[in-house]
Design a protein around this ligand. Structure first.
Ligand code: G6P
Length: 369
């Protein structure tokens, strides 16, 4: 078993550290930043139909649903297509309106999640085009999809998803770049710039991973917290949700993820000197707004743990603890900001002595509803 874990203590840690490679594997053979091309054979045939779609509906569960939320922001920005993100379990039971020509993207690591599978079976019967963004080759969701793109992250053993999430983001970003460029909603310069940004991600992930000792020290400090709040805006809002989910799964600490501004409508009532508040606050078009949300938390004595870019003095002055990550365009930044979320949950989980690879009550793949 020690060999299987490649020298790491747990599969979860091994899989977190594999991410420079898994993202690279996912981009390899598809993205050519010099030539300015994205080759996705499964998607190509349907590129025109996707470009012309009135809307895209993304269905998924758990961490995959969070990847879908990031994709909503990216697709709307780059492709100007209306996107809805649905929990598969809700979507399948509520008699959703599906029109012929609607495009459904199913996101699933395992390709076997029962709710996601049935949701797309139903939508397919109503004439929707089904695209799968799946990790496990030949899985049920991959087989029932009309087309799709594999994430190529390799087997994920840890119950809490890590490397599958960043690979999903990489695939979804490539699809959006391809469609946006072909459609003309994404201009040449911005397209070329984003290809470079995406190409640079694996090396930047390596840099993020160098923060592991700092993150472990922060984990030790907050391991006895009863609750935690995770806040972010824009592309980093789903990352905040994912951070809270990781913490719940691995450390059994109650955590909530919220859009940073929405916390005024409830969660701010919980803020006191005992509440750690994780801000995902990298430099992007929302940054100023996020900083003012940090000020509001600080004024109520919340303990701020901020994930920020190097040199962001304004944010670091407000925070108790900081985790710095490399600067990246906001479209690709979630692949970086997700990593400290994973590491923080991991180190809190092990500091509490839990079996992080097999958290209680959870299953790697939920194949019954
Ligand atoms: C389970 C796993 C999660 C995963 C979710 C969706 O809850 O524990 O890690 O995100 O299922 O799984 P899928 O295989 O469809 O991505």
């Amino acid at each position: 078993a020690a060999i299987e874990k490649g020298g790491y203590d747990h599969f979860m840690l091994k899989e977190i550290f594999e991410q420079p490679q898994t993202i690279y594997d996912c981009l390899r053979g598809r993205l050519d930043a010099q030539a300015g091309t994205i080759t996705m054979s499964g998607i190509q045939k349907y590129a025109e139909q996707i470009s012309n779609a009135n809307r895209i509906i993304i269905v998924a569960c758990g961490t995959s649903w969070h990847a879908g939320l990031v994709a909503e922001y990216i697709f709307e920005e780059l492709c100007r297509i209306n996107v809805e993100v649905e929990y598969a379990s809700e979507f399948r039971y509520r008699n959703p309106v599906i029109n012929k020509g609607d495009v459904i993207i199913a996101i699933s690591q395992s390709g076997e999640t029962a709710d996601t599978l049935v949701a797309i079976e139903n939508a397919k019967a109503k004439g929707a085009l089904i695209l799968g963004v799946v990790n496990v080759v030949g899985s049920s969701i991959a087989r029932i999809s009309d087309a799709g793109a594999y994430t190529h992250a390799g087997p994920e053993i840890g119950v809490a998803s890590t490397k599958a999430f960043t690979a999903q983001l990489a695939v979804l970003t490539m699809i959006a770049l391809k469609i946006g460029y072909e459609k003309g909603t994404l201009d040449h310069d911005r397209y070329m710039q984003l290809l470079q940004e995406l190409d640079a991600i694996p090396d930047k992930v390596t840099e993020v991973l160098r923060s592991k000792d700092n993150i472990q020290a922060i984990a030790e400090k907050y391991k006895d917290a009863k609750d935690a709040l995770y806040l972010g805006r824009g592309y980093n809002f789903p990352v905040a949700l994912e951070g809270a989910l990781k913490l719940k799964e691995i450390s059994y600490i109650h955590a909530e993820g919220y859009p940073a501004a929405e916390m005024k409508h409830g969660p701010i009532a919980l803020v006191d000197e005992d509440l750690p508040v994780v801000f995902v606050a990298t430099k992007d078009s929302y940054h100023e707004k996020v900083v003012s949300n940090m000020q509001e938390i600080k004024a109520r004595k919340g303990k701020i743990i901020a994930v920020i870019n190097e040199g962001d003095e304004q944010s670091s002055a407000l925070a108790q603890d900081i985790i710095t990550i490399p600067q990246a365009d906001e479209i690709v930044a979630p692949m970086l900001s997700a990593i400290p979320m994973q590491l923080l949950a991991y180190y809190i989980g092990i500091a509490k002595g839990y079996d992080v690879d097999k958290p209680r009550n959870l299953a790697k793949s939920v194949t019954v509803e």
